[in-house]
Design a protein around this ligand. Structure first.
Ligand code: G3P
Ligand code: MG
Length: 246
């Protein structure tokens, strides 16, 4: 019998954000068209507590308006164009809610929900995400990640079976992050790609935790990671990684 081929996941970072505006329905649709194995989105709250997709804390980069995301209600956020900054082809692309994103990808591709808390202690963002995931019954179709350990702890308490990913920006001792990931019963470790070593990968695998570096856009780099038995990569260009040796 052939040995089982270990899957190498191509994870679309903020959707297919190299070719469509990040964290929009257009970038999610394109990621699915390009056969991404998973799609990552960044999640924050609007002023009225609705989980929406935005990497940045302000609208500056993606709309040109220096306004904090959490100072606007969903209705107000909807008035802004989140596509035109990327290219004229996407003018008028609205900011999506997490609920819309889940409906769009549901049953087609798993969604990696990265919770952005900016260190806030209120716990509201993770609470709202948990409520939505539970209400929609999509606990098995998501991977919840965060740089914020406390947010992950509260997600773990509320959703004992959900898959969790621990993010690591390369600062601090990764062994300490291994211990955190073990305590959280995390499924995955998401290190910044320059911090990854083959020893790191082996060590996480011994604890049965998968390793997904971010962000890898060069197929040659992905090929190197595959040699180290890395489990997949976050990329802005999911179309580059299928049907190649990388
Ligand atoms: O989840 C991987 C990656 O998205 C983390 O960094 O800043 O792009 O959200 P960032
Ligand atoms: Mg992210």
């Amino acid at each position: 019998m052939e040995p089982a081929v270990k899957p190498f996941l191509v994870i679309a970072h903020r959707g297919a954000s190299g070719a469509a505006p990040e964290n929009t329905q257009a970038s999610l649709r394109l990621a699915m068209d390009l056969h991404a194995d998973m799609i990552e989105v960044d999640v924050r709250l609007s002023r009225d507590g609705v989980p929406i997709l935005s990497h940045d804390a302000t609208l500056a980069r993606c709309t040109g308006h220096k306004i904090p995301v959490d100072s606007l209600t969903l209705e107000e956020l909807r008035r802004y164009d989140f596509g035109g900054w990327f290219s004229s082809e996407f003018i008028g692309e609205p900011i999506p809610t997490l609920e819309e994103a889940l409906h769009l990808v549901r049953a087609r591709v798993p969604l990696n929900i990265e919770i952005k808390t900016d260190g806030a202690v209120s716990g509201e963002t993770e609470e709202r995400v948990v409520e939505l995931v539970a209400r929609m019954g999509v606990e098995n179709q998501v991977l919840v990640s965060s740089f914020d350990e406390r947010a992950l702890q509260s997600v773990r308490r509320a959703l004992p079976r959900v898959k969790l990913g621990v993010l690591y920006d390369g600062r601090g001792d990764w062994q300490a992050f291994l211990r955190r990931a073990e305590l959280l019963k995390a499924a995955a470790f998401h290190p910044e790609e320059r911090s990854v070593t083959s020893e790191m990968v082996r060590t996480f695998h011994r604890s049965r935790i998968r390793v997904f570096p971010y962000v890898v856009d060069a197929p040659e780099r992905a090929a190197e990671f595959r040699q180290w038995q890395v489990d997949g990569v976050f990329t802005n260009y999911p179309g580059r990684f299928h049907n190649t040796s990388a």
